[in-house]
Design a protein around this ligand. Structure first.
Ligand SMILES: [Zn+2]
Ligand SMILES: [Zn+2]
Length: 470
């Protein structure tokens, strides 16, 4: 019987791209399936300006040959890598031996590209698990053409569901992150318990979910804790605190209330709870909601799929109109279309859920319809900032006031230290971070894996117990 072991394919010493394979006996569980932010090709993200992309039709080959995803053929759709030279892929991983399991299950913690970019390339027989709301969001992303679809079989899990794989169980635990549905897992194989937080934060709307994760872990208790450490720097004491979601939404309400002209809002369509709150706040103040078509498709489809977190949310009853010129082939939304000319006639009544790089719309919206007061542009946790030259040029040209309303999706170093101290595992591994060594572990022994390493869980624990850190 093969003892429990971990293999680290991604997320080691880098931000994003967590790919860890846990296995015991003949069963394996890979958690997360994205690529690192700093890899040669970061997959298409709607927020990137002129992104360098993998070549359409050759994406999977390039991710594999680039060492950007696990070199295990059984994970992938054979059709999308036909003729691929696997000897070349193995050379990229220095011909290392990797564990051979009869069955690998895939768990995807949330719908950010650095955690799910490979999903469209998954083998049709690969059993994939994710939270119910992550799945609803994924359907929305496919409808809005923010992701390709997948042929893999997806099983959705309710919060706290325990999935039994025979050799071990996996419990799905909802967390708080700026991607709707984000969840961590707790693996229990009868001998060891391993907890993985996924991406998380305390400054969001649901710090109670983080407290609950800590309590659950504390009661097990946990042997190996795997957390993210995105916000760590070489000197974590200097990392600024971020505002709470509540304070952020209060600022949004104030800007919308004070705005005389049009309000442009650029936000991440993976954070549908914030989107819902902003829709409701704007509607409450008598504003009409206008959207770019792909954002409208994500919003409509995810809700049609039954997002649990928005059940009964007032935003679901707010009418939405779609800018006609943003309707692309294949995007279907049940909302009425509105033209830029019509919007320009009633600027003070509108909040426009805008998608970069549609900046050219401003030329028409700001010039037509006559002067109606100053417009505002709100950038809310989006990778293209208001300081971006392409954006600031437009804001200056039309005297549009820019606002940045962001609090990020990741835990402050102090929150990381507090979580580790409260869970008090035997050892902690910080992934999804460029500075894992900076982590204050509150006395818990850290373990620093290297990319491509396979290590028995018992060896990690022995290293922690003997005080030997790698
Ligand atoms: Zn991430
Ligand atoms: Zn994330």
């Amino acid at each position: 019987m093969q003892e429990a072991q971990l293999t680290f394919f991604g997320g080691v010493g880098k931000s994003g791209g967590v790919q860890v394979l846990y296995g015991k006996g003949k069963q394996g569980l890979l958690f997360d399936f994205g690529v690192e932010h700093s890899s040669l090709l970061f997959p298409t993200q709607v927020t990137l300006f002129e992104p360098v992309n993998a070549t359409p039709g050759r994406e999977l080959r390039q991710f594999l040959l680039g060492g950007m995803t696990a070199p295990l053929p059984e994970l992938y759709d054979a059709q999308q890598m036909e003729g691929l030279d696997w000897a070349a892929v193995r050379r990229v991983w220095e011909n290392r031996e990797f564990p051979d399991y009869d069955r690998i299950h895939l768990y995807i913690g949330h719908m950010h590209t650095d955690h799910m970019a490979l999903l469209p390339f998954a083998h049709p027989d690969l059993p994939v698990y994710m939270s119910h709301d992550s799945y609803s969001l994924f359907r929305g992303m496919v409808a809005g053409r923010h992701s390709k679809d997948t042929g893999a079989k997806i099983t959705t899990c309710d919060d706290l569901t325990v999935v039994d794989f025979g050799e071990f169980t996996m419990q799905v635990v909802e967390m708080d992150h700026n991607a709707t549905g984000a969840s961590g897992i707790i693996i229990d194989d009868g001998t060891h318990r391993i907890a993985y937080t996924g991406d998380w934060r305390r400054q969001g709307k649901h710090p109670d979910k983080i407290d609950r994760f800590i309590r659950l872990c504390h009661s097990k208790p946990i042997d190996v804790l795997i957390t993210e450490g995105t916000r760590l720097t070489s000197d974590p004491s200097t990392v600024p605190l971020q505002i709470t979601e509540e304070a952020l939404l209060a600022s949004f309400a104030e800007i919308v209330r004070e705005a005389e002209g049009l309000v442009y809002l650029q936000m991440s369509p993976r954070d549908l709870e914030r989107m819902a709150d902003m829709i409701a706040i704007a509607a409450d103040q008598g504003k009409s909601i206008v959207m770019e078509a792909s954002l409208a498709a994500v919003w409509h489809t995810a809700n049609r799929e039954g997002l649990q977190v928005l059940h009964g949310h007032p935003a679901l009853d707010v009418p939405v109109q779609v800018i006609d010129t943003t309707m692309a082939d294949g995007i279907e939304v049940p909302y009425p279309a509105v033209s830029l000319e019509e919007v320009a006639e009633r600027k003070p009544e509108i909040v426009y859920f805008f998608k970069f790089p549609d900046l050219a719309h401003m030329i028409e919206l700001e010039t037509l319809g006559g002067p109606q007061g100053q417009s505002h542009f709100i950038q809310s946790d989006y990778s293209v900032k208001i300081e971006h030259a392409a954006v600031s040029k437009f804001l200056n040209a039309y005297a549009i006031t820019g606002h940045s309303l962001s609090n990020g999706g990741h835990a402050h170093p102090e929150a990381l230290a507090s979580l580790i101290g409260s869970i008090a595992p035997k050892t902690v591994i910080t992934l999804h971070s460029r500075f894992p060594v900076s982590q204050d572990t509150r006395g818990v022994k850290p373990y620093f894996p290297v990319k491509g390493e396979t290590v028995p869980v018992s060896s990690i624990l022995e290293a922690a117990a003997s005080g030997v850190n790698r």
